[in-house]
Write a protein that binds this ligand. Structure first.
Ligand code: GLV
Length: 325
């Protein structure tokens, strides 16, 4: 007989049978996330919450959920959750690291190559029936071979991006709070650089650092001014790391050549955002981890974390292990 009450904030790409053996599960059926007020009401009566990065899990919500034993987020990032408030209430928070590393690194490269070789512009050009002949200077892009790749944040995903660069014979710089050990640097073929040096020397800059108060608008006017006019920026991390107004200024003035982003601030991108009018910007709707296999693994991992938390076991992947028994 189910003993626990669980709320899942969206339909998942995975059957919930295992969870249903121990819990009465309510799944929010809409395409849009549950409004905050709904979440606030639901949380009063549940033992476990399975949420997504679109759900705001703040102090008020955590204090309202007096029976909450566990929060399990189906994402690696958890900047939407007030972790210190969860810890203060002794609630472990699960997330899904590792399983989405390769899919995200692959998508980063898809964006990087699409921006370098102007694939989205080329597709639009062709469909607009503008292709009249082979032209020596039609839609010229940038070479990858021999270029410098700057990786901001060398965690799991940054490392996977670096590994994929080896086939392109690129020079790779990375900026990070801490320099990695020499063995890892050698195996990845990367060189540590101060952030400003990375910006001024890189042809491609790709962001893989978590979003926090420290990285809010890490890319603003000053950073774009340091970058080469031929540089291309890729962001598959979180939108808030890049100031959207500064990005617009940099792209429209030619301060940098192009950008390709999977994340925006806010999400979804506002319908009147001037970024939508730029040809030298590719915008994807936060889908870097969206391969069928990866999303299933993420759902599985989120369910495993939730079940462990309900049963009073340690979460396999916990963000705040200090409260996990
Ligand atoms: C996606 O952005 C995630 O954090 O998993």
């Amino acid at each position: 007989m189910p003993q626990f009450q669980v709320f899942v904030t969206r339909r998942l790409p995975m059957a919930l049978d295992r969870l249903q053996e121990i819990a009465k599960v309510e799944v929010w059926p809409e395409r849009q996330p549950p409004p905050y007020e709904v979440l606030l009401e639901k949380v009063k009566a549940i033992d476990g919450l399975l949420c997504l990065l679109t759900d705001r899990i703040d102090r008020q919500l955590l204090e309202t959920g007096t029976a909450l034993k566990v929060i399990s987020q189906m994402a690696v990032g958890y900047d939407n959750i007030d972790i210190s408030a969860a810890s203060a209430r002794g609630i472990p928070v699960g997330h899904t690291p590792g399983v989405l590393t390769d899919a995200t690194a692959d998508f980063t490269w898809a964006l990087l190559m699409a921006a370098a070789r102007r694939i989205v512009e080329a597709d639009k050009f062709t469909r607009a029936l503008q292709w009249q002949t082979w032209e020596p200077d039609l839609l010229l892009g940038a070479d990858l071979v021999g270029a410098t790749l700057g990786i901001v944040g060398l965690g799991r995903i940054g490392q996977a991006v670096a590994r994929r660069a080896s086939g392109f014979n690129m020079r790779i710089l990375y900026a990070s709070r801490h320099q990695c050990d020499r063995q890892l640097e050698t195996s990845l073929g990367v060189e540590f650089a101060e952030f400003d040096r990375l910006l001024s020397e890189s042809d491609f800059v790709t962001i893989h650092t978590p979003f926090s108060a420290d990285t809010y608008h890490l890319f603003s006017d000053r950073q774009f001014e340091l970058m080469k006019p031929t540089a291309i920026l890729i962001n598959t991390s979180r939108g808030g790391i890049v100031d959207p107004d500064a990005l617009h200024r940099a792209l429209s003035s030619g301060q940098i050549a192009a950008a390709a982003i999977d994340v925006t601030e806010p999400e979804p991108i506002p319908t009147d955002s001037p970024l939508l009018g730029l040809d030298n910007l590719i915008i994807a709707p936060h889908i870097a981890s969206a391969s069928r296999q990866t999303r299933q693994k993420m759902a599985q991992m989120a369910i495993d974390n939730l079940i462990a938390g309900l049963q009073g076991d340690r979460l396999p992947h916990c963000v705040n292990p200090e409260v996990d028994r």
